[in-house]
Ligand binder design. Structure first.
Ligand code: NAD
Ligand code: G3P
Length: 327
């Protein structure tokens, strides 16, 4: 695997933050964005005002709107566009990418049309030996600011995951390696749906006890769901499961949590930033039903977002489920 040159595709909050981290770590990294104004701001004023507020980006960071310039010679191609655009995006760029380059998807979601994870999409379009994911508790603003962060990098082959983790790590971004792709991806995708539920609890001022209960029962649901789909349960106790759940179920800095809180308060949702859980909720609920997985919180979030039940009805239904042994 060639790890000396990295292309980061997608100049939103997360792509910009990761490119910043890789540049600071001394990697030869080029950030690609489709929006000329954003790329010009990154190059000329060392800022990405649209997605990263006022955070100062490092001198010398390379950014371009020219895809071929970004991809030239890249051994690692980081995919940082929203999950629901991943299939179309990768299909469009795969042939323009060096044939030995590995794709590292950093989006957190499940494809709504097909129920496939992001690595399954890469497997299908580019091949199993070229697919990897990076996931874990990591707000873009924290990473771009150089605050300490730890994530998991997963690939089918543990040696490939280790090589990627070593290449992308730095003194501020610590990457652990895993070969449990399903566990790492489902942890990242489902925590977004659970964070919306946590935001609803917060927005309705239901109290800290309710938020702790929701987070703990959400974790049980996360483990059940991922295990039923072939993940190792212990992976969900790691960074891209419990770690990310703790982060996003407890902070309005999370866009998914903020979305749930705004929904519960009856705020205007127009203009809110990308909350992937909104798009993952329905496909996660569908998959849970298909696999016979007990996923009451995911079902409730899906039903609320689809307008089938009110928040009060969902709360009442969750609290009046038959009493059971804690599992
Ligand atoms: N923001 C974070 O803190 C964070 C952290 C970890 C993971 N993520 C994940 O990373 C993914 C991206 O999130 P983000 O915060 O960067 O979102 P964002 O909205 O800030 O940026 C998305 C970027 O993708 C671009 N884009 C959208 N559709 C595209 C298309 N079809 N072709 C090319 N470019 C396209 C947009 O122009 C934008 O630059 C999400 O899945 C998110 O869950 C985000
Ligand atoms: O802002 P959110 O809710 O999309 O969360 C961002 C990251 O996924 C946190 O790890």
């Amino acid at each position: 695997m060639r790890t000396d040159r990295v292309a980061v595709l997608g100049a939103g909050a997360w792509g910009t933050a990761l490119a910043t981290s890789f540049h600071r770590a001394g990697l030869d990294c080029v950030l690609w964005g489709r929006d000329a104004e954003t790329v010009a701001a990154i190059v000329e004023s060392r800022r990405n005002p649209r997605y990263l507020g006022d955070i100062a980006l490092p001198e010398g960071m390379k950014a371009t709107t020219d895809l071929d310039t970004a991809l030239a010679g890249a051994g690692i191609v980081v995919l940082a566009v929203p999950a629901q655009t991943m299939r179309g995006f990768l299909s469009a760029i795969a042939d323009r990418t060096p044939p030995d380059a590995v794709f590292v998807c950093v989006a957190k979601g499940i494809d709504r049309e097909t129920g496939r994870t992001m690595s399954e999409i890469i497997d299908e379009i580019a091949g199993r030996d070229r697919s990897a994911v990076l996931s874990g508790p990591s707000f873009a603003a924290d990473v771009a600011s150089g605050l300490p962060t730890a994530v998991t990098v997963a690939a089918h082959d543990i040696e490939a995951a280790k090589a990627l983790a070593a290449a992308l790590s730095s003194r501020t971004l610590r990457c652990y390696a895993s070969d449990d792709l399903a566990g790492v991806e489902l942890g990242g995708a489902l925590k977004n749906v659970l964070a919306i539920a946590a935001g609803i609890v917060h927005g309705r001022a239901l109290g800290a006890s309710a938020l702790a209960a929701l987070t703990a029962r959400g974790f049980a649901e996360l483990r059940r769901f991922a295990s039923a789909l072939g993940a190792r349960p212990e992976t969900l106790s790691g960074l891209s499961g419990l770690g990310d759940l703790i982060l996003t179920c407890g902070s309005e800095k999370s866009r998914n949590f903020a979305y749930g809180a705004a929904l519960a308060r009856g705020d205007d949702l127009g203009g809110m930033k990308l909350a992937e859980g909104v798009h993952t909720a329905s496909v996660a609920a569908r998959m849970a039903r298909e696999h016979g997985i007990d996923a009451p919180i995911v079902f409730a979030v899906d039903a609320i977002l689809a307008g089938r039940i009110s928040i009060d009805e969902a709360m009442s239904a969750l609290m009046s489920r038959p009493l059971k042994t804690e599992t």
